[in-house]
Design a protein around this ligand. Structure first.
Ligand code: PLP
Length: 436
């Protein structure tokens, strides 16, 4: 497999280089130079395969000779060891639940696959890989739990004191082993600044092999294609042929993976990107003007992104042709008020508790049906996180009904370990040098 940069199609790197660099020097994003097609026979019989089998077929088609089949199969079986069920709520109305992994969010797919790919490409005699990550909540948990116990790796997570939810904090601070949490007396931006300074520090770079588990890493994108194929397989089993996917979007990595699956031959009638009021993409599709803005805080805070980092990948897949993209992609935006109303309606009509991100996707599905007058397709909205991660958004009556998964119950009994720190870079640098 060869990859180029979205900024330079003449660049050509192999898969391990793209994984360890995360981003090309020209600040574009890595994309496969050639998007291979799955054979028609596989698509026609996809409903006979399990999620790990589908994942292996898709990954081996995309990665070609980058990883031998036996090793790739082991990586997938280890990384994708939880389900992604399509749950029927009503006729032609389905929710794809992506929160059955260890951190209860879809980011588990990307983080678990990436951690194992990185460990696989590390040579035996190489230095331990030090992953530094700043988090405002969801990413840190997925990365911590994704790398937990992975040989030859060590993760340092910086999170802002008092600014993540209780469950998120437990996910960061109760792991032990190769996971270290640092509680910074500051904001998320302070955490991110410390990580950035560490990457630029000569002394730290000579002592440690530093890497970022950044969401733009190509090895996080690839495993997110698996559940689109698997969802299609589950619907095909029920005789459904026309599928519309609705994706709650922030950095647009999740929907970029869906579009990559489509480019590999997955039959999809329509993709819909649903956003909160951070609506750079819906505005672009309406007006043709791509204008990023500072992010605004909302109930769906994992989507509070004013400059979606994966958007260039989507434009690249469509050769920067907006009208070609618009054949496949629509986008709608919702306010907090509309989001909360959606959460309540889903609860009242289907007895289902959706997190705010998920409710935004459901709203967009209703709007698309209304706009097109089409009722015959299978509408699938993606549920990107479990409701229990965002308890404070729910009205009391609904909050009391949220079922707490076993992984979370067991967290509460564990001891919390985090190193308290101020926002001075010297403190962080000192911590790394003296404790590792
Ligand atoms: C990260 C996240 C999103 C946004 O996904 P993108 O790939 O950045 O578009 C949506 N919902 C939840 C719960 C998330 O954690």
């Amino acid at each position: 497999m060869k990859l180029y940069s979205t900024n330079n199609h003449n660049l050509s790197v192999d898969f391990p280089t793209a994984v360890f660099n995360s981003m090309p020097a020209d600040k574009g994003l890595y994309m496969p130079m050639h998007i291979p097609q799955l054979d028609q026979e596989f698509i026609d019989t996809i409903d006979q395969f399990s999620l790990p089998e589908i994942a292996f077929k898709v990954a081996s088609t995309l990665l070609q000779d980058a990883i031998p089949a036996k090793d790739l199969k082991n990586i997938i079986d280890d990384a994708i060891n939880f389900d992604a069920p399509v749950v029927k709520l009503a006729d032609n109305e389905y929710v794809l639940e992506l929160f059955h992994g260890p951190s209860l969010a879809f980011k588990d797919f990307g983080a678990r696959f990436m951690s194992r790919i990185m460990a696989y490409f590390l040579k035996d005699n190489e230095k331990t890989l030090d992953v530094l990550v700043a988090t405002s909540g969801d990413t840190g948990g997925a990365v911590a739990l994704g790398f937990l116990g992975v040989p030859n790796t060590r993760v340092t997570i910086l999170y802002p004191k008092g600014k993540v939810s209780d469950i998120q904090e437990l996910q960061l601070c109760t792991n032990g082993q190769n996971i270290h949490a640092v509680e910074v007396d500051g904001t998320f931006d302070d955490c991110q600044a410390l990580v950035k300074q560490a990457f630029a520090d000569d002394e730290l770079n000579s002592k440690f092999r530093l890497t970022s588990a950044n969401s733009i890493n190509i090895s996080r994108l690839i495993p997110q294609t698996f559940y689109y194929f698997n969802a299609y397989a589950q619907l095909k089993k029920q005789g459904k042929k026309e599928v519309v996917f609705v994706v709650p979007s922030g950095n647009f990595g999740n929907i970029a993976a869906g579009l990559l699956a489509y480019k590999m031959g997955l039959p999809v009638k329509q993709f819909i990107a649903a956003t909160n009021v951070n609506d750079t993409v819906p505005r672009f599709l309406e007006t043709g003007i791509y204008e990023t803005r500072p992010s605004v805080q909302t109930y769906a805070n994992a989507m509070d992104v004013g400059a979606p980092s994966n958007w260039v990948r989507i434009m690249d897949m469509f050769q920067n042709d907006k009208s070609a993209l618009q054949q496949v992609l629509k986008s709608y935006r919702y306010t907090d008020e509309e989001t909360l109303k959606g959460m309540k309606t889903i609860y009242n009509d289907f007895d289902y508790i959706a997190c705010p991100h998920t409710a935004i996707a459901w709203k967009a599905l209703q709007e698309y049906r209304k706009e097109t007058g089409d009722k015959d397709f299978a509408g699938v909205f993606l549920s990107t996180a479990h409701a229990c991660k965002f308890p404070d958004v729910f009205p009391e009556e609904m909050k009391a009904k949220i079922e707490i998964p076993e992984q979370v119950k067991s967290l509460a009994a564990k001891q919390k370990h985090a190193t308290a720190m101020d926002t001075a870079f010297e403190s962080f640098k000192n911590y790394l040098i003296t404790s590792y």
